[in-house]
Write a protein that binds this ligand. Structure first.
Ligand code: AMP
Ligand code: MN
Ligand code: MN
Ligand code: MN
Length: 291
């Protein structure tokens, strides 16, 4: 699989905080020219079988995916897993354990919002999610926009859902080493997602990548919606320094909310190893030219 393939290895469906079903996402990815796709729902594999089937039917190549919520040095870090065996029991158990705290956190978020004069946020957020244990801040954001409290999700996060705001609740997610082990133990490749979103000091960032690589993590997102051109260059250098393969993904959630559509991304810098090279044996496709 060549370097310039249109790969989109980060996206969300209604199984987590996206608004399109896995099948609709596959169709949208195909229509936008994506050739290699992965559905990476937060801490969840519930959409994998549907995404894979829909992709293969459309002639899209598919890699299994998930985005694991991790706490490292007191901050939330997201780790994308790609190309694992979706039936692996340890991975499933690890993700279930990671999801387990979401509903209680949501109750506490709703209590904070009620104290700020916004009642009914728990039921309001849960109305937007298929499974209560998959509830995220995004679902709260949609409820507050629906209520007319804020004009868009970005404003909800800024005013209500980030550290120090009334709907924010500190939370302990999975450990970095555990997340990497669940993914690699299932035959997959672990990737640090959108690292520019982490507000780390240079020292903490160095520690993150050192420990990630020491645990067996092998990739970093370089081209992703959250990164501007300068950040793409910065994390391209990090990929080289730590010997990591580079990933590329839109982090698409919704046609209106998301800044980038599926597949609408610049190419990876040519000097980097794309993650789909080490994952070549894990790519599923019905197209003969890729086998
Ligand atoms: P959670 O895992 O419940 O903390 O929710 C995290 C999700 O919230 C992310 O995956 C994004 O989809 C969304 N999110 C985080 N920050 C923002 C932001 N500033 N604006 C819009 N969505 C955001
Ligand atoms: Mn999300
Ligand atoms: Mn993320
Ligand atoms: Mn994401």
């Amino acid at each position: 699989m060549h370097h310039l393939i249109n790969a989109d290895l980060h996206s969300h469906s209604t199984v987590s905080d996206g608004t399109l079903a896995p099948e609709a996402l596959a169709e949208r990815a195909h229509a936008r020219g994506v050739e290699l796709w992965s559905l990476t729902d937060h801490d969840h594999l519930g959409g994998q079988a549907r995404a894979r089937e829909a992709a293969l039917d459309l002639g899209l190549a598919y890699l299994t995916g998930t985005e694991v919520s991790v706490t490292f040095a007191g901050e939330t870090v997201h780790v994308v897993g790609l190309g694992f065996d979706a039936d692996d029991p340890d991975l499933a158990a690890g993700l279930a354990a990671t999801r387990a705290g979401r509903l209680q956190r949501a109750r506490e978020m709703a209590a904070g919002l009620a104290r700020a004069g916004i009642p009914g946020a728990l039921d309001g957020a849960l109305a937007y999610v298929e499974q209560p244990d998959a509830v995220t801040r995004t679902h709260f954001a949609r409820f507050l926009v629906e209520r007319g409290v804020c004009a868009d999700a970005r404003e909800v996060f800024r005013r209500f859902l980030v550290d120090g705001k009334p709907g924010h609740v500190p939370h302990r997610w999975a450990r970095l080493g555990d997340a990497v082990r669940w993914i690699t133990g299932a035959g997959g490749l672990a990737v640090v997602a959108h690292p520019a979103r982490c507000r780390f000091s240079p020292t903490a960032e160095y520690a993150l990548f050192s420990e990630f690589a020491a645990h067996g993590g092998r990739g970093v997102e370089v081209v992703v919606a959250a990164h501007d051109a300068g950040e793409q260059q910065r994390f391209a250098a990090i990929a080289e320094e730590f010997g990591l393969a580079a990933s590329r993904g839109s982090d698409f959630h919704d046609p209106q909310e998301s800044r980038l559509d599926l597949g609408a991304l610049p190419d990876l810098p040519g000097r980097l190893t794309p993650v789909w090279q080490p994952l070549a044996g894990r790519v599923e496709t019905r197209r003969q030219e890729w086998i």
